[in-house]
Design a protein around this ligand. Sequence first.
Ligand code: XMP
Length: 489
Amino acid sequence: MSDDRIEAGFVGMTFDDFLFRPQLGVNLSRQGIPLTSRLTAKIELELPIVSSNMDSVTGARMAEAMALEGGIGVIHRGQSIARQADKVAEVKRSYSAVIENPHCLPVGTTLGDAVRFARRRKITGILIETAAGSGILAGLLSSRDIPWTGQWQDRRVEEYMTPVERLHTHTPDISVDKAEQVLFDKRIERLPLVDAQNRIHGLITRKDVRFLRERPYSSKDGKGHLLVAAAVGARGDFIERAQALREAGADCFFIDIAHGHSTIMAEAVESMRAACPDMPLACGNVATFEGAKFMKDLGVDAIKVGVGPGRGCRTRLETAAGVPQLQAIREAYKAVGESIPIIADGGVRYDKDIFLALVCGASTVMLGSALSGTDEAPGRVIEDPATHSKKKIYRGMTSPEAVLESLYEVDDNDLIEDALDTPPEGQEIQVPYKGNVSGILHRIRGHLRSAVSYAGETSLEAARRKITPDPLEYLTALSESSRRESYER
Ligand code: XMP
């Protein structure tokens, strides 16, 4: 195969088939090399990494960590609509200059209930309103107000809160700079925003303001909330799911099905555009020139590329369907060029694979197994009693285990029957426990910067501009022995 759809040198090739030819370096500190890239035309990321919409990879904690580090997480859909929407809302609430709808409890709530409420929502201060739903501030209860000892569980919040008369509050029009000053001058952690009638309009916390200052690279929306994406299917209750996710604050949808080059996808995109016209749509998965062209014709905002390269995938083994991942990325790029960002999904085992995906046509790279095994990935750490080695579970979304679990959550009978009818194309494996995901993202960032520097450029964008039109100019195809020389250690 060698025609307009792909260069002959890419046919049958994937990440381990190439090395990058080092270019004349330019004198710049690697620290300063920007890696900014596009998830969609309108969403830019400082770190071009997306965490996979898998139940062993992306829940609220992972999505929050991804956005904090400049990437983005896609909350998986193997769960009920309500639970997925809650996770989106949790990420949107986690950091922002102004919390617009702060959690409130009414006067009369017991301290025991208030503590449970705070724990569940992972907050340390609760606004107390005069009555349930009144929206009128009565006071503030912080973790410091809870007694350490004694029978406090059944006491009422109003006995321990700081009442509104003694609270520092401000009108809603305060700027972030001014709020920072007030928080410092008054030595307080929280500043409720209220109008003249004490109606609650928001809350500013010291933690959030500090975060804004310290992490200018985090992925944030116009209001300073972390960005979060969410997966929706293409059938059954997917529109209802999408509406709930949009309501919860999702910034982008992933219409994610195994075979995206299909009429089901075309119908899903059309219905989704009608239901949520303003929502960016990343769609997949496809692995061919024709599949990417099909997505372009549907007018999607990003194309997810990858059929079968993932570590939890059995698609190629079970059906023979698939395209080597670097070839698939290149075909997609030849089909759409820079007109629609490409998300390279699956098959990344080393950080160098991310760089190759990016310079061969992808704008961002989706990672599953590389981010699994971390604290932020859902699931518990298992310790082997004999060796004391620690592991976590990573599983394909169509593995029997993931399908079975999602069936407890999903109400849609069509989807349930469909799932029970489809033989598994995924599997479950154990992966070593890896600690904090920020450590992995820090390493990836460093390696990407070094790769850009070997490419003789001062930014990822410049490297892509130079290399992507004809990557084979910059790549050396490997023989078996050069592959051994490169990778066997
Ligand atoms: P990595 O290699 O990063 O791949 O672990 C993650 C990607 O794998 C895909 N995925 C699956 N593919 N059967 C498949 O054929 C599955 O059960 C399955 N689950 C996940 C998905 O695209 C993910 O982002």
